[in-house]
Design a protein around this ligand. Structure first.
Ligand SMILES: [Fe+2]
Ligand SMILES: [Fe+2]
Length: 353
């Protein structure tokens, strides 16, 4: 999947990014939404299944709202550097099912879906958070091998630049590879040629199924969530810092309990994401925050500031996973022990009123 670029291409793109990266505080701004502009419908029940994630522990017991996949001899849940969700939002007694992100490895993710009894015939919609391979890598294979089962014309919601080619500029030293790494791109034409899903690009808050909203592009308001200087996007001939302006997360309104916010990588910043969810819905109370918080490799002061803001937001449950990173996950466990839940792949989060 990851390819190193040739030297000529690397020098050309390094020169281009060098100029842009010196531009400074590039992540302020972003999209804005009017306060309370989205009247988000209530859900009576919400079941979020984490199909795959970076970590699996078969000995982890059920805990509060988290129901674990209990191992059956001879089986194991597959984990990977990837994330995939299957979600059912129940409105007026009817469960509305969709997938958000697809992980990377077709065989591993498909096996997990089988073990977790996920039936793609139930899917009403598909969503993709952003254009990184660990979220779309399995999408085309999933559509291709389930084309007879998935509802024809199912909508696939994506944000801006979901199909752009992306790169990571890895520094020398900490990894076995360095330099410009090609993270590849999701191909719109490949999806369209399968004739299964109908792509819909959205920028504003949009319902994906009844009871579930995509945030649309996320407003940047915090001073310290500035993204990663090593992540790049190709626009025309130029390589530019990837600000993930098209990234979106999910928001639910759990009846009587408050908002449930589900992120993927939260390149936009997890605090920005939650603040955006609050602003668009006009609701302050946050019941749960689940997802990748992208704090792997973050400076300790950024992790501390994020935790301070999360304490102020005061959710009932916080579930940092995927790209949150070991240091930040353990810091959340230490500093918010009553609210923290460790994720393990295959866990179902069951929220009821
Ligand atoms: Fe990402
Ligand atoms: Fe990711």
């Amino acid at each position: 999947m990851l390819k190193e670029m040739n030297r000529r291409e690397f020098l050309k793109t390094s020169a281009a990014t060098g100029a842009v990266l010196m531009a400074g505080d590039v992540l302020r701004g972003g999209a804005t939404v009017a306060h309370g502009s989205v009247k988000i419908p209530e859900v009576e029940k919400l079941v979020i299944t984490v199909i795959t994630d970076n970590y699996y522990d078969c000995l982890r017991p059920n805990y509060k709202v988290a129901k674990r996949y209990f191992i059956i001899p001879g089986t194991s849940i597959h984990s990977e550097h990837g994330l995939a969700y299957y979600i059912e939002a129940v409105v007026n007694g009817k469960p509305n099912a969709f997938m958000f992100d697809y992980g990377l490895d077709f065989h591993g993710v498909s096996r997990n879906m089988e073990l977790l009894d996920i039936d793609v015939r139930r899917l009403e919609a598909l969503g993709l958070s952003h254009g990184h391979f660990d979220h779309w890598g399995n999408l085309i294979a999933l559509l291709k091998y389930n084309r007879a089962k998935i509802r024809k014309g199912i909508p696939l919601y994506v944000g801006e630049e979901a199909f752009s080619q992306r790169f990571a500029k890895l520094p020398a030293g900490p990894f076995d590879v360095s330099g410009m790494i090609d993270l590849e791109q999701l191909r719109r034409d490949e999806i369209e040629s399968l004739g299964v899903a109908k792509i819909s690009e959205v920028k504003d808050p949009t319902p994906i199924v009844p009871g579930a909203y995509l945030t649309g592009s996320i407003e940047r308001v915090t001073e310290y969530e500035k993204g990663s200087p090593i992540l790049l996007i190709k626009r025309g001939d130029k390589m530019e810092p990837d600000l993930f302006m098209g990234e979106h997360a999910l928001v639910f309104n759990l009846k009587g309990k408050g908002l449930v916010v589900v992120s993927s990588c939260a390149h936009a910043g997890i605090v920005n994401t939650v603040k955006h969810a609050r602003k668009m819905t006009g609701m302050e109370k946050v019941h749960a925050i689940i997802g990748g918080f992208h704090l792997s490799g973050a400076k300790p002061e950024v992790i501390q500031q994020t935790i301070a803001d999360m304490k102020a937001i005061s959710p009932e449950y916080i579930v940092p996973m995927h790209c949150t990173g070991f240091e930040a996950i353990t810091a959340f466990q230490r500093e918010m022990p009553g609210q923290f839940i460790i994720n393990t792949a295959g866990t179902r989060y069951i929220f009821t009123t």
